[in-house]
Design a protein around this ligand. Structure first.
Ligand SMILES: O=P(O)(O)OP(=O)(O)OP(=O)(O)OC[C@H]1O[C@@H](n2cnc3c(O)ncnc32)[C@H](O)[C@@H]1O
Ligand SMILES: [Mg+2]
Length: 198
């Protein structure tokens, strides 16, 4: 029988990307929303601790292995902000449109627009797993002054990938998987998973 993992995320954009990344594997990922798991607190100031929090929460409720992604945009001129607060940069309720607007306002007149996406992934086999699988990935870019593209999610329409001359919302989903923080982190995690087993 195909193994199941709960995906400890309520972000539809992430769920799509993980579905694509897992498509070739012998593992089925089920978004936590389909199993009745609500969002949990993300109280920490490091991505890795928040990812562990989310993975344990989903695993505890479902009894399944759980994979969590805590990610964000780190802008050099803003001292690494919005960072772990990327989802709620412009406050609650979360809104990509308002977050992008706030990012543009924060960078008005700023010459250094370099930034990177960071993703921390944690996979626990059960809620008290003493040896969570951990990996991370980075994707470098620059923040534009106006949005471009309809793909992706979050800050993608403002996130220019210099190697493509396009934003992360203008490249295809396959291209994004190949170069994204999430894609890189997941390939590392899968390599570890193949060593240890689920
Ligand atoms: O916690 P979950 O339920 O997974 O969903 P979330 O959207 O709250 O996720 P995070 O707490 O990890 O916050 C990540 C935020 O960083 C931004 N982000 C992360 N990866 C991104 C990507 O690939 N493209 C665009 N924005 C991204 C986006 O604003 C996300 O909401
Ligand atoms: Mg979140």
């Amino acid at each position: 029988m195909m193994k199941r993992i709960v995906l400890a995320s309520n972000n539809a954009g992430k769920v799509k990307e993980f579905n694509r990344l897992f498509a070739a594997l012998d593992i089925q990922i089920v978004p936590q929303g389909e199993l009745g798991v609500a969002e949990c607190e993300e109280p920490h100031h490091t991505f890795i601790e928040n990812a562990l929090e989310k993975a344990r929460h989903a695993s505890r409720i479902t009894g399944l292995p759980a994979l969590a992604d805590d990610s964000g945009l780190c802008v050099h001129a803003l001292g690494g902000a919005p960072g772990v607060y990327s989802a709620r940069f412009a406050g609650e309720p979360k809104s990509d449109a308002r977050n992008n607007q706030k990012l543009l306002e924060s960078l008005a007149g700023q010459a250094d627009r370099s930034a990177y996406y960071y993703a921390a992934l944690v996979l626990v086999r059960h809620a008290d797993d003493p040896q969570p699988l951990i990996s991370d990935g980075i994707c470098q870019g620059e923040i534009l002054e106006t949005s471009r593209g309809e793909g992706g999610f979050g800050y993608d329409p403002l996130f220019l990938l210099p190697q493509f001359g396009k934003t992360a919302a203008e490249i295809s989903a396959d291209e994004k998987s190949q170069i994204s923080h999430r894609g890189k982190a997941l390939r590392k995690l899968i390599a570890k998973l193949q060593e240890t087993g689920l």
